[in-house]
Write a protein that binds this ligand. Structure first.
Ligand code: NAD
Ligand code: UD1
Length: 338
C-alpha cells in the first residue's frame, strides 16, 4: 500500500513515515521545507533501512500533485502540511488561511480528480471550545477558536467533512491531536522548532541543553493540583502509530470519522519539569510569570473512542517521553541545523 504524506519532513510527519515504512507500506512525501529540513528524511531512511520518495514542492502546487498522483498509485493521503505557530497566526492570519486552507482544497480536488479516496487529516484539540468539561470527547463542543491557526483546523475539518459527503466512496479520518512530545528513541529525529519555542517540552529541553537560561512558567493560579496548567502529553511515536491504525480503519469504513489521539492523563507544567529532571538528571531552572493570554487550566482527552474503534492506545508514559526528548536534544543540540 502506498501512502502520500504531506508535510512528511516535519516533526510528526517524519515519525509517521518511520511507522509506515516499518509496517511495510510505501511512502511518498511532499514538503516545501518551510518549517523543516530534508535531513529528517535521510534519518528516516537510516532508522528504517528503507527508501521513500521525496518531492520538495508546495501542496498548493496543483501541477506537482498531478505529477505525483499520475506516477504513484496512492491508496491514502496523510495531510500534515500546514503552518502551526499560534502566535504567528495572530499576526499573519492571511498567510495562515492561504497556506492551511488552500492546501487542503487543492489537495482534495486533486484526490477527487485522480480517484484517490482516503485522507487522514491532522487536526488538533484546539478545535474544542474552551467551555467544555474534561475529558474532551469527540462529541464535545467545537468552535469559538481563539486564534486563526485554530480556525484553520476547524475549517479544514468542515471542508473535508463536506467532501466526504459529496464525493462518492470517500473516507475522511480527522485526528485531533493533544500535546505530542518526545522523539524516536534513536534520537535521530525529533522536534526542531525555529526560533524561540512556543511549546513547553522543546523549551524545557533547550533549557536543559544550555540554549536558554530558564523556563517561564505561565501562571500558577489555575485550579489544578499545583496551580500550573495541565495538558495531555502524548509520545510522538504513539501518535504516529495512531495514523497507521487510522489507515487500517479506512480500508473498511467510508464517510467521515473523528478520533482523539491523547492518553487521557493530564500532567501539569511542574509535573513535566520534575519528570524531565528526574529522568535526565539535568536541572531545569524556572520562574513563575503571568498567565499566557488564551490559555486555559486543564485540557485532556477521552481516548475511549480511539481504543474501541481504531484499536489504538498510547503505550508510552511520561518517563519515555522525557527520555526520548532528551535523546534527541542531547544528540542534536542545535536540531538539524548542526
Ligand atoms: P511541522 O511544522 O514540523 O510539520 C509541518 C510540515 O509541513 C513542515 O515540514 C513544513 O515544511 C510543511 N509544510 C507547511 N506548509 C506546506 C505547504 N504549503 N506545502 C508543503 N509543505 C508544507 O509541524 P508538526 O508538529 O509536525 O505538525 C504536523 C501537523 O499536525 C500540522 O498540521 C499541525 O498543525 C498539526 N498539529 C500539530 C500539533 C503539535 O503540537 N505539534 C498539535 C496538533 C496538530
Ligand atoms: C498548544 C497550542 C494549541 C494546540 C495544543 C495541542 C500554542 C500556543 N498552543 O497549546 O493550539 O491545540 O498545543 O496541540 O502553541 N507553558 C509554560 N511555559 C512555556 C510554554 C508553555 O508554562 O514556555 C505552559 C502553557 O501555559 C501550558 C503548557 O505549558 O499550560 C503547555 O503549553 P504548550 O506546549 O504551548 O501547549 P498548549 O497550551 O496545549
Amino acid at each position: 500500500m502506498k501512502i502520500l504524506v504531506t508535510g512528511g519532513a516535519g516533526y510528526i510527519g517524519s515519525h509517521t513515515c518511520v511507522e509506515l515504512l516499518n509496517r511495510g507500506m510505501e511512502v511518498v512525501v511532499i514538503d516545501n521545507l518551510v518549517n523543516s529540513s530534508a535531513k529528517s528524511l535521510e534519518r528516516v531512511r537510516q532508522i528504517t533501512g528503507k527508501s521513500l520518495e521525496f518531492y520538495q514542492k508546495d501542496v498548493r502546487d496543483r501541477a506537482a500533485l498531478d505529477e505525483i498522483f499520475d506516477k504513484h498509485d496512492i491508496n491514502c493521503v496523510i495531510h500534515f502540511a500546514g503552518l502551526k505557530a499560534v502566535g504567528e497566526s495572530v499576526t499573519m492570519p492571511l498567510e495562515y488561511y492561504d497556506n492551511n486552507l488552500y492546501s487542503t482544497v487543492i489537495l482534495a480536488e486533486a484526490m477527487r480528480d485522480h480517484g484517490v479516496k482516503n485522507i487522514v487529516f491532522s487536526s488538533s484539540a484546539t478545535v474544542y471550545s474552551a467551555d467544555n468539561t474534561v475529558p474532551l470527547k469527540e462529541s464535545s463542543k467545537t468552535g469559538m477558536c481563539t486564534n486563526p491557526y485554530g480556525w484553520t483546523k476547524y475549517m479544514n475539518e468542515q471542508i473535508l467533512r463536506d467532501s466526504a459527503k459529496a464525493i462518492d466512496d470517500w473516507s475522511v479520518v480527522l485526528l485531533r491531536y493533544f500535546n505530542p512530545i518526545g522523539a524516536h528513541s534513536s534520537g535521530l529525529i525529533g522536534e526542531d522548532p525555529r526560533g524561540v519555542p512556543n511549546n513547553l517540552m522543546p523549551y524545557i529541553s533547550q533549557v536543559a541543553v544550555g540554549r536558554r537560561d530558564h523556563l517561564n512558567v505561565f501562571g500558577n493560579d489555575y485550579d489544578t493540583h499545583d496551580g500550573t496548567g495541565v495538558r495531555d502529553y502524548i509520545h510522538v511515536v504513539d501518535l504516529a502509530r495512531g495514523h497507521v491504525a487510522a489507515i487500517e480503519y479506512m480500508q473498511t469504513h467510508r464517510g467521515e470519522s473523528v478520533f482523539n489521539l491523547g492518553t487521557g492523563t493530564g500532567y501539569s507544567v511542574l509535573d513535566m519539569v520534575h519528570a524531565f529532571e528526574r529522568v535526565t538528571g539535568k536541572k531545569v531552572p524556572y520562574e513563575i510569570v503571568a498567565r499566557r493570554p488564551g490559555d486555559i487550566g486543564t485540557v485532556y482527552a477521552s481516548p475511549d473512542k480511539s481504543a474501541e474503534l481504531l484499536g489504538w492506545k498510547a503505550q508510552y508514559g511520561l518517563d519515555e517521553m522525557c527520555r526520548d526528548t532528551w535523546a534527541w536534544q542531547s544528540k542534536n543540540p542545535m536540531g538539524y541545523g548542526e
